[in-house]
Structures are given as C-alpha cells and as structure tokens.
Design a protein around this ligand. Sequence first.
Ligand SMILES: [Zn+2]
Length: 221
Amino acid sequence: MNYLTKIFIGACVVCTMILGITFLAAKRQRQQRSQPILYQDNINQLKELCRTKYQQSLRYLAYANFARRDSAHLAAELFNAMSHADAIHHANCRHAIEALGGKYTQPLTTPTQFSHTTTHLKNALHSKITTHCNQMPLYIEQALSDNNRYIARMLTWCDASDVKQILLLNTLLNDSTTPHHHTFKVCPTCGDITWESIATRHCPKCMTDSAQFFVIKLSKE
Ligand SMILES: [Zn+2]
C-alpha cells in the first residue's frame, strides 16, 4: 500500500466519522424538539408558587425585623420562622421545576411597605389563606392526576406548613393569653414549623431528625 492510498483511506475514515457524529447530533436535536415537555401544567404552577414563596420569605423577614424594633418579640419570632419555612418551600419548588425539565428565574421584588405589626400579621394571614385556598388544592390535584407523587408530596408539605402558619397567626391575632415566648423550630426538609417543648424525635411530615431543625432565636440588638 503506497503513501497516497494510506492518506485516501485515512481521509475516508475521518469523513465517515464526521458524517456519523453530525447525523447522530441532528437526530438527537430532532427528538428533543418533537418530544413535549412532560408535566407542563405542574411546571407552570410550581413557577407561580415558587415566586409567591420567594416574595413571602423576603416580606416576613422584613416584618420580623420591624416587629423586633416594635418590641413585639413573639410576632418577630413567628415571622422569622415563617420566612425560614417559605425559603425552604421556595428551594423545594425550584428543585422540582428543574427536576421536571423546566427553568425558573427569580422574580423582581418590590420594597416592603411597613405598617403596625398587627397589620403585618393580618396581611400575612390573608396571604397564607389565599395560597392555601386558591393555589394549593388545584396544584396538588393536578400532581395527583398526573400520578406525580414526588410533586404531590412536596406540595402537601408546603400546604401543611401554611396551615400551621395560619393557626399561629390566628392565635397571635385573637388570643390575648398567648404566652410571651416561644421557641420555633423549622424542619429544613419540608418547612414544618413546630414550637412544642415536647416533640417527636423526627419530623412527622418527612422523618427528618429533629436534631437538624433550625431553631429560631432573635439576635439581641
Ligand atoms: Zn419535615
């Protein structure tokens, strides 16, 4: 075999490889384009919830700082716990969106308007009830009808935490005998808020060891 023949055969092999790679890449691209994104309804709903949770988390942190300056220590601790819980829900929703093949971008935020702490408690209560009644039943139902139990479970954790937050906000607004101090704990996995001095060793929602819970303590000014 002479030198020119070797070059010719080598060139043929290289060309065949390039054609093969190009063909496979084009085929994969065509498959991706023609394949509909599964769970598109879930992804859109999760994006909406994710934005809500992000805004709530920031707002409650601002409310907590305001309540502390207002010497409303229990409200400050509750807002702090709620901010932690909603940040966990936001992270869970974001992770779920990406796991389903969607993309999420952080929403723009507007500055928090400050009022009296009681007004903040009422605003937070209204916001939580709206999410619990208008968004969550629809979203959980959609996930269950899609047989997507991963999303349904994550949303149920989120809703269960919101229900506890509604009860706590109601207690602060309506019960004048509320003790002046609570230590709130937040589960880092599902965002469950607990305040009992005697509690189960593991989170009753997601089984996370209670040793990993965030303990909400206000820093002294
Ligand atoms: Zn948990």
